[in-house]
Design a protein around this ligand. Structure first.
Ligand code: SF4
Length: 289
């Protein structure tokens, strides 16, 4: 996950600004900058500087980082750390080789873009009192089409990010509907919006469909999930809920990928009791001497 966040940051602060200014990119230099950024982030996390109240993410900027190996004492080896740096280098240096589904390189495609906005947060759409605010890695216009693009570094062969991109597409469509009503932009139809997933690790680019059917499916999914949550919580706030009222999942696979696994295991083995200090000490005890 850390590797993914370093790559996202480098795309946002180094590569996309150069593309925006139609400048050549020295990928060797970008690689060096990315590893230096990763090392600064590691140091920031290692020194636990994020615990200092004044060191908010907005004040510290790009070097802000909290790694579970420091905050929760999750064990790691120097080799794993080196692998992150090596993998960041490999991913960045391989970017010029990535091709779009039509055969042109991703860089050629990006250079045709106008109105480039990396790391678009802020835009959202509301449906049945549910507000969805997806993070869009890159929004731009290419050849008169609005493009929602997501950078991925996942190694999995089965990951499916299409729904995430569809949510981005709906957000763009809704934002431009509001713009057209306010007289500040033109309304976009399904065929005006393209959804692209570029996997920088696998060096592949995939275009996902954006039409009425996929939007309906996605909206149903959001609605069913929000209804499930509502049914489970009966509309109570977090403070009013009792953990013992909820069963754990019966799917082991879900637990395998769950980022809350250490915390969940700790709570289960402690009869649903949580005490912060005991939790941290349990990690400490697991650390090799
Ligand atoms: S590990 Fe995660 S998915 Fe599994 S029961 Fe705990 S919280 Fe649920």
């Amino acid at each position: 996950m850390w590797r993914g966040s370093i790559i996202d940051k480098i795309m946002e602060i180094e590569i996309m600004p150069l593309i925006k200014e139609k400048k050549d990119i020295d990928f060797e230099q970008v690689t060096t900058n990315a590893v230096e950024l990763a090392k600064r982030q590691f140091k920031f996390s290692e020194q636990k500087l994020y615990r200092i109240k004044e060191n908010s993410e907005s004040k510290v900027g790009n070097d802000y980082c909290i790694l579970d190996i420091h905050e929760a004492n999750v064990p790691y080896t120097e080799e794993q750390l080196q692998n992150v740096y090596d993998s960041v280098k490999q991913i960045i240096i391989g970017i010029p080789e990535i091709k779009m589904p039509n055969g042109e390189t991703v860089l050629t495609f990006l250079k045709k873009a106008s109105f480039i906005v990396p790391n678009l947060r802020g835009w959202s759409f509301e449906f049945e009192n549910i507000r969805i605010s997806p993070q869009i890695d890159l929004f731009m216009f290419v050849e008169n089409k609005a493009v929602v693009l997501d950078w991925k570094v996942s190694e999995s062969a089965v990951s499916d990010y299409s729904r995430q991109l569809v949510m981005g597409g709906i957000t763009v469509m809704d934002t431009y509907r509001k713009k057209s009503e306010a007289g500040t932009g033109k309304r976009l139809t399904f065929s005006d919006i393209r959804l692209l997933e570029v996997n920088l690790f696998k060096k592949s680019a995939v275009e996902h469909s954006f039409n009425k059917e996929v939007v309906n499916e996605c909206v149903d999914y959001i609605y069913l999930n929000s209804e499930d949550i509502e049914l489970l919580t009966e509309g109570k706030s977090f403070d009013q809920l009792n953990i013992e009222d909820f069963p754990i999942t019966d799917k082991e696979g879900t637990c395998f990928f769950c980022k809350f696994r250490p915390l969940c295991a700790h709570i289960l083995t402690n009869k649903n009791q949580y005490h912060e200090e005991t939790y941290y000490n349990s990690f400490q005890a697991e650390q090799p001497a």
